[in-house]
Structure formats: C-alpha cells, structure tokens
Design a protein around this ligand. Structure first.
Ligand SMILES: Cc1cc2nc3c(=O)[nH]c(=O)nc-3n(C[C@H](O)[C@H](O)[C@H](O)COP(=O)(O)OP(=O)(O)OC[C@H]3O[C@@H](n4cnc5c(N)ncnc54)[C@H](O)[C@@H]3O)c2cc1C
Length: 555
C-alpha cells in the first residue's frame, strides 16, 4: 500500500509507506526468533525495524570481543541507571545490544535456562500454558546441543548451537574441586533435571564464534525473501486506529534522519527489550496516566503496569590475587596476545574463544532453602572496579555471586517525550530485606570457595572485599559499594491476568485492552528466573510464534 505524496517538497522516504503482515520492533533475541518462525509461511510478510546497524563488526563474533563491545556505542545503547537506595551513591552502567541480534550479539554467551519452579511459578500467577512442562518443548526445539545432556531435556536439531567451555584451566579445575570439597556436587548438565551443582559453563558458541540470535535465526530467515530487515530504523511511536495498533512510525538514520511509517496488516510486535519496549509504549500513550500527562503525552490507553516491576540480578564480585600461575590478565598482555590471536586464527581455540565467565555454580543460601537461590560464576581473571569492561594488570581470579530470584522491583519510565532520550532506569537493587540477606550469603560462599584447599597453591590474598570484612553489615556495605548488574533486566511489561493491576500483557502476550499489539521479549516475564535471560527470552519468542499462528508443538 502506498500513501499519496502531499507535496513535492515532502521527502521521498516519508510518503513511501508499505504494509506488511507483521511489524516487529527490535531485532534482538526475541525479534530474531519471531522473524524466523513467522516467516516460515512464505505467504506472510514481515518487516523488522532495528535501531542499530547490521552485525558486521568482528568483535561481535569473536567471543573475547565481549570486552570491546561492552562500551562500543555504535552497537550498544550504553544506558546509565539511576542511583539506587543501596548502590552506594553509584549509577550502574547498563549495556544493551543495538544491532542485529540485540543483546545476544554483545552478551557473555552463557546458555542457562533456569529451574522448573521458575516457570511453574509463572503459571501459578495465572498464565496458562507457561509451566515448565509447557515451555520445555520450546527450549528443546530451539537448541542444537553438542555435548552432555539427557535428551528428555535437551534439543539436538535446532538452530542455536550450545557447547560446553573447552578451555581446561588449572584454576577452573581447582575452583570446581574446591566446590566439591565444600559439598557442592559436580553437575554434568545444569540445563537438565537439576540445576544445583558446579560445572563448566554452557555457551552459544560454535567453532570459536558467537552464535547470536541473528546468526541462528534472523540471517537464515532474511534469505527467504518475505522477511525485510530495516537497520538504523528507530521506532518512535505505535500508530493506532482506535484501540487497534496498525503500524509504527520510525526515524531512519538517527535523530535527524528521515521520518517513515510502516503499516501492519495483522499485528505490531514489540521486541525492543526490557528497557525499550515499555519506553515505546509510554511514548505512544500507553501507560500510567500520571506519568504520560507529566510529559505532555496524550493518554491513548491507561495501563499502569507499563514499565513497572523491573527486576535484575545484582552481583558483587569477590576478587583474589593469584600466585604461581598466569591468569587471563597476563595472557592477554604483550606477545602472549599475538600467540593467542594466531592460535584462534588457526584453530578457533584459546584465549580469544573464551567468554567472560567460565565456571558456573548453583547453590543455596541456607539449609532450608527450597532450591538453589544463589548463582556464582568463576573466572581466572579480574576486572577494574569489578566491572567486566577492563581487565586488571595484576594476576587475579573473580567469583561473582548473585541471588537468583530477587524480590526488589524498580521501574523504567520515560524521561521526556523525546524518543531519543534514554529512559529513567531505576532497578531498586537490594531494597527487599531478603535480597540483602541472600547477597551477603553469596559473598560469604564466594570467599569460602576462593579459600578452599584445592585453590590454596594459587590463592594469594583477597583483594575485594578484603579480609578485614567479617560481619554481615560489612559484607553488605561492600556489596553496595561494588555490586553491578549481571545484565538481566526483565519484568517491565509483565504477563498476567487482566484483573491484576500490574499486568501489561495476557498469556498470549497481547497488550491488555488493545488489539493488534503484542509485547514479546524479556520484559514479559512476570517474575525473575534463576538464570541469565537469553535462553528463556528465545523460548518466549518461540512459544509466542506458535500462539500467533494458532499452533502448538504437538499439532
Ligand atoms: C553485556 C551483556 C551480557 C549478557 N550476558 C548474558 C549471558 O551470558 N547469557 C544470557 O543468557 N544472557 C545474557 N545477557 C542478557 C541477554 O542477552 C538478554 O536478556 C536478551 O538478549 C534480551 O533479549 P530481548 O529480545 O528481550 O532484548 P534485546 O536482545 O536487547 O533486543 C532488543 C532489540 O530491540 C532494538 N530496539 C530497541 N528499541 C528500539 C526502537 N525504538 N526501535 C528499533 N529497535 C529498537 C535494540 O536495538 C535491540 O536490537 C547479557 C546482556 C548483556 C547486555
């Protein structure tokens, strides 16, 4: 469909308006899966709008490139969070992918699904079809697991390759032996029947290269001809006719670029991620009346839950200095790096094929805890100020520890009606008393692990928080001074029944009270899960594609 050109002066782009069956905003983890699945039907046309560029940059694909893309503004929204009541006066940095693949193109490659009870809880909150037994077939369908795993839980024929870390580092081995010495069992597959235990991390890496959602799902779909991807296309508003979403306005090429519109014959799907999907709803007049009016935005549909309920994992990183062995901090210096670069070029192995975390450990904070509520990661490296952007020069090893199912909740709210202005992100880390207790328990366990007998030959001293920190209050103080995000924001457009005040979408992921509009990404999680979020976000999109098409895996 073409719009009539109003005048000769009107830019050519602004009057060329096309109609597709589906318009997807955001080519991130969820958007890529949706484009692929919906595009399986050649009679369906799909337009994907992505604010960032194509994913050509080599650092996206090189696993160790993580450390570079972490701050690379050309492909990263590089948000800054508000100072929280328990962040020691700090504004915590929040990277987000802004390229094809979204955050899956800059993430730490970890593949971690979460526990059975996470999804059973979603179902208990009134969301039919989202229990563990409902979502497991979608995890399986997406995945091409290479390595250990029971086929009852693992998929072998999907597009997302999942391998296990193959760098056998003496420090990682000693860390795992240390965990076992403390009674934490070795678990061959934390994505299987039971999560608890310690093991090398499972990663979305194939032949030494990142498997982003774009690589696994979007690029193959684009070749089919019915999936049209627009990059540098920043969505600024959803177009409504009455209560029905019928299209999206966007600016091509950044703030001063060309205004464009695209129409959706069937549905508009928001997959902009946990910060940007609620932002776009609010900019479009969907959200809390008070918030919208305060920014002079006309209320199109009052929905107080939009942007509210933000959850994330908060991780202090315990660092020890290392002796008698080289850590990654040294291996990436001087000639070592050249050797590693050559090794990667020839074998796709070695230092440059590594992810920021190498060993995963799931355990519980107390003997009466129902299932593991602590997630700990080990890396034979250490970072400046404990943030994963820059390695230290001195030899170091790090244990990050976080509470898996925090209770604290925050929000994402527009700062102004300007679609190019970053939203206000307030995560409210550690506001709930339980969260503070579990985070302190995690730090204490991190210390015990680093001081365990098998690590003794390498353990020099604790650099952070340091041996002077002993009481719970001192640990908590240290946590507030150096904890960071683990990059897992979710729950800002929560799925729940229409009669709940907080729900934004129903269990088909349709926005309550509107037609032709769904939100499909990490923001729909009603409650934080016991995992990094990429795997479950891909699962959400895979399941949603069936909901849209009226299919079920068994049909
Ligand atoms: C640094 C980092 C490390 C991480 N490490 C891991 C890990 O190791 N394992 C793991 O499981 N998870 C990890 N995560 C989290 C995981 O990658 C995300 O939870 C997941 O990718 C979220 O998927 P999504 O589809 O919700 O959003 P995203 O993948 O972020 O996609 C949103 C997309 O929408 C686009 N977009 C947003 N607004 C607009 C707009 N207005 N117009 C057009 N396009 C728009 C964005 O540019 C982006 O491409 C990490 C994340 C980060 C940032």
């Amino acid at each position: 469909m073409k719009k009539t050109r109003q005048s000769n002066k009107e830019p050519l782009e602004s009057w060329m308006m096309e109609t597709f069956d589906y318009v997807i905003v955001g080519a991130g983890s969820a958007g890529c899966v949706l484009a692929n699945r919906l595009g399986e039907d050649p009679s369906i046309s799909i337009c994907v709008l992505e604010a960032g560029p194509r994913d050509w940059h080599p650092y996206i694909h090189l696993p160790a490139g993580f450390i570079k893309t972490f701050h690379m503004r050309s492909i990263n929204w590089a948000y800054q969070q508000e100072v929280g009541p328990w962040t020691g006066g700090r504004s915590i940095y929040a990277p987000r992918g802004k390229t094809l693949g979204g955050s899956s193109s800059i993430n730490g490659h970890i593949y971690n699904r979460g526990q059975r009870q996470d999804f059973d809880t979603w179902a208990q909150m009134g969301n039919r079809g989202w229990s563990y037994s409902d979502v497991l077939p979608h995890f399986k369908r997406l995945e091409r697991r290479i390595g250990e795993g029971d086929d009852e839980y693992r998929g072998r024929e999907g597009s997302l390759t999942v391998t296990t870390m193959d760098w056998k580092d003496p420090l990682c081995e000693a860390f795992m032996a240390g965990a076992i010495s403390l009674g934490i069992p070795r678990n061959p597959d934390y994505n299987g029947a039971i999560q608890e235990g310690v093991s090398y991390a499972q990663r979305t890496i194939r032949n030494g290269l990142r498997v982003s959602a774009a690589k696994a799902f979007l690029h193959p779909a684009s070749k089919r001809g019915n999936v049209h991807v627009r990059t540098h296309a920043h969505a600024t508003q959803i177009i409504f006719e009455g209560k029905r979403a019928v299209g999206v306005r966007y600016i091509k090429g950044g703030r001063n670029g060309a205004p464009m519109e695209v129409r959706a014959g069937r549905e508009v799907i928001l997959s902009g991620g946990s910060y940007n999907s609620p932002q776009l709803l609010q900019l479009s007049g969907v959200g809390s009346t008070e918030l919208l009016r305060s920014h002079g935005i006309e209320v199109h549909h009052a929905l107080p839950g939009v942007g509210e309920g933000l959850q994330d994992h908060y991780a202090p990183r315990t660092v020890a200095r290392v002796k008698n062995i080289k850590t990654i901090n040294q291996l990436r210096q001087g000639w070592h790096l050249w050797v590693e670069a050559l090794k990667w070029a020839i074998t796709r192995r070695g230092l440059l094929s590594l992810s920021p975390t190498m060993v995963y450990c799931f355990w519980h904070s107390g003997e009466t805890t129902e299932s593991s509520d602590l997630q700990l990661t080990f890396t034979p490296a250490s970072y400046k100020e404990g943030v994963q952007g820059q390695l230290e020069n001195e030899p170091g090893m790090t244990v990050a520890s976080w509470q898996q199912r925090p209770e604290s909740r925050g929000y994402v709210r527009i700062r102004s009606a300007d679609p190019f202005q970053a939203p206000i992100i307030q995560t409210n880390y550690l506001v709930a008393e339980l969260d503070r207790r579990v985070v302190v328990a995690g730090m204490k366990l991190a210390r015990r692990l680093l001081k365990s007998e098998p690590l003794a030959p390498y353990y020099d001293y604790e650099d952070f928080p340091g041996d002077q920190v002993r009481s719970d209050d001192e640990f908590l103080d240290a946590a507030t001074k150096r904890g960071t995000t683990t990059f897992h924001p979710g729950c800002t457009c929560r799925m729940g029944p229409a009669d709940s005040t907080w729900a934004v979408v129903d269990d088909q992921l349709r926005v309550h009270g509107l037609q032709g509009l769904r939100v499909i990404d990490a923001s729909i999680m009603p409650r934080m899960i016991s995992a990094n979020l990429n795997a479950s976000t891909l699962m959400i999109a895979d399941k949603a594609s069936d909901l849209i098409r009226g299919k079920s895996l068994s049909s």
